[in-house]
Design a protein around this ligand. Structure first.
Ligand SMILES: Cc1cc2nc3c(=O)[nH]c(=O)nc-3n(C[C@H](O)[C@H](O)[C@H](O)COP(=O)(O)O)c2cc1C
Length: 315
């Protein structure tokens, strides 16, 4: 997820309770192959503890896909995923991501180019079910004919953006089509899974091989631990305020160590709400964090919160 699953947050998520696979932010193949490279290459930065890790790319030029896929393999990623679902208008207008649903010929060329460059590294696709209306059967069937390792289906159309509810019947349909025509492709369902109960319900209803969770992690950082039934608390909201602040401090420290002072501080601030929630004064503390502009200032805001409460915080 853009501005979310960078190398820092992926490590936090693994510490909190690991999923089976993590995926990078989507990364522009145009960016990687042109002068814009320094601005985007950080999206592919990772440490080995994040693996297995999939690199997600987007763009509309097969030659760039070939080149980037080879690079992703050399960088040691465990797979390459192609974004064919992002609904951002600027991107759609350039014929990339969600727009590929209306351009199957180019979609097929991009997949073929990626597979060529990836030279054996698994290549997968993440997509939606249509542009203005669902064309799940035709589009998912087409993608399944391309010999991809996995297909992630987010059960919304492009114009729906994040509105309404994800259509999980489309995930079940993808599983059936796969059973009939592409037995080697794994199906991953995605959309609105935020609890252990919905995880299990969707898995059972659809028989999908995997469930992808995006926004649910903001609501419960321990969601993957909960799903695995691992030891420790399964609900981040039940931690003490001090423990929640400690998790946020860990994120701030890793962020500073990784990105230094200049980059991505505004992105870091957006995480305040993930950690500082469900306790008295959490809202005020989030507001205080939002007013900061440096790692030191953010830590100082947490220190003064702790001093007010008369607690000594672990650093
Ligand atoms: C802030 C944000 C950034 C996202 N960035 C990406 C991305 O880079 N690549 C991608 O495939 N999907 C991206 N998505 C979409 C999610 O992966 C997911 O498909 C969607 O949010 C529905 O699943 P969820 O309900 O589990 O979040 C993003 C979503 C959000 C909210």
């Amino acid at each position: 997820m853009e501005d979310v699953t960078d190398t820092v947050f992926r490590r936090i998520v693994r510490m909190a309770g690991p999923p089976d696979l993590l995926v990078t932010e989507f990364t522009s193949t145009d960016g990687l192959c042109t002068a814009g490279r320094p601005r985007v290459i950080g999206r592919l930065r990772y440490t080995t503890e994040e693996r297995p890790l999939i690199a997600q790319i987007w763009g509309n030029k097969p030659a760039y896909y070939r080149r980037v896929a080879a690079e992703v393999r050399e960088m040691g990623f465990d797979g390459l995923d192609i974004n064919m679902g992002c609904p951002v208008r600027k991107i759609i207008e350039r014929g990339s991501c969600g727009a590929l649903i209306r351009n199957p010929a180019l979609a097929a060329d991009l997949i073929a180019a990626a597979r060529e460059g990836a030279a054996g590294l698994p290549v997968s696709v993440k997509t939606r079910i249509g542009v203005t209306e669902s064309r799940a059967e035709e589009w998912l069937g087409f993608l399944l004919a391309q010999g991809i390792a996995a297909l992630t289906v987010h059960g919304r159309t492009v114009v729906q953006q994040s509105e309404g509810f994800a259509d999980w019947d489309a995930v079940a349909l993808a599983v059936r089509l796969r059973d009939e025509t592409a037995p080697h492709t794994r199906i991953v369902g995605n959309g609105d899974v935020r609890t252990i109960e919905s995880f299990h319900r969707r898995a059972e209803e659809t028989r999908a091989d995997g469930i992808m969770i995006g926004r649910g992690i903001f609501e419960n950082l321990f969601l993957f631990r909960a799903i695995r039934g691992g030891s420790g608390t399964h609900d981040f909201a039940l931690l003490s305020p001090e423990e929640k602040v400690s998790w946020f401090r860990r994120h701030i420290a890793l962020h500073e160590e990784t990105w230094g002072h200049a980059e991505r501080f505004d992105v870091l601030k957006k995480f305040a709400k993930t950690y500082l929630r469900a306790f008295e004064g959490a809202g005020r503390l989030v507001d205080a964090i939002m007013r900061t502009r440096t790692h030191e200032a953010a830590c100082a805001a947490l220190d003064s919160w702790a001093a007010e409460r008369g607690v000594l915080m672990h650093r």
